[in-house]
Ligand binder design. Sequence first.
Ligand SMILES: Cc1cc2nc3c(=O)[nH]c(=O)nc-3n(C[C@H](O)[C@H](O)[C@H](O)COP(=O)(O)O)c2cc1C
Length: 317
Amino acid sequence: MKIKEEKKVAKEERKVDIKTSPLKLKKFSEVWFLPPIRDIIKEDDRGDLAEIFHANSKMTPYSEQSVGIKVVEMVNDITVERRTSQPYKDYGMSIPSYPLIPKEKLNNPQADLFDIIARRRTIRQYSDKKLTLEDISRLLYYTYGISGNVQLALGTIEDLRVISSGGGLYPLEVYLLVLNVEELPKGIYHYNVRKHSLELIKKGFEVNEILPHLPGLIAYQTRTVSLFVALSTIFRRTTHKYGPRGYRYICFEAGTFMGHLQLIAEALDLGSVQVAGYYDEVLNNLLGLDGVDEATLNICALGYKKEQPAAKDAGGY
Ligand SMILES: Cc1cc2nc3c(=O)[nH]c(=O)nc-3n(C[C@H](O)[C@H](O)[C@H](O)COP(=O)(O)O)c2cc1C
């Protein structure tokens, strides 16, 4: 009880009143600015590595030349063209595969895009209603499914996806951690994009195999999660062309993916939360990834919304 009280007092003390806080405005050329964050949070240097990476992955006329040379090499080499236009991971016939419902057979609910964007919110508590295979088919098709194609310079036909991708190289792979879904046994699945199917890479899965490894989430809030969508990248698909700057493109694409996922979820009355606060190696191991050639980038929890949402769904990380 005493600890609880002390924690409450400490929390109150941490609150900053913007009117009385010691932030001093600086005058620069007749305009007043807040001091840079760096001047306020002095003792924490963890951002430095990010700054070094950012500086080293800037595009300059010189670096642009080397990308240009790579592009010329690529468009003149039929083997490279064919290989890079096939960014698909396929676990083959040795494991069970579950077909998803094709786009043509999905009878989608009517939804107004502007309304969905305006009302989307992060939701961390879900009902225990089972997620339908139809909604999983929608979530996956409308985030990373194939929606067209294009003919490349040497004649190869390359599939295009629902979201845009730097160089059309599609470096992401999608996995599902299935807990409470109609017609799908609990387990870990890989989304086979070309076949629009789910490959069962690990049979059986319990929420406690992942929740303790998500420090970004308060466990009690997400106990009823139906599904986690985990996103990984095969770095080389993008970095072989763009070098270190390609890492930025991969992260942009992961953001686009998650943005789409959360909007589609909203349209289907599903709540969702992106959980960047997870232990990388635990998730890599669960998915059977080496964490070097292919590594996870983010994970998102989903479940149908509760009819009576909890008064407090706080816990932003
Ligand atoms: C890249 C990213 C990482 C996030 N990581 C976490 C997380 O680890 N835990 C969490 O509870 N929320 C996480 N969130 C959700 C944010 O806390 C949430 O989006 C933010 O508070 C704004 O609220 P809104 O999404 O309802 O607009 C993340 C969001 C993004 C975009």
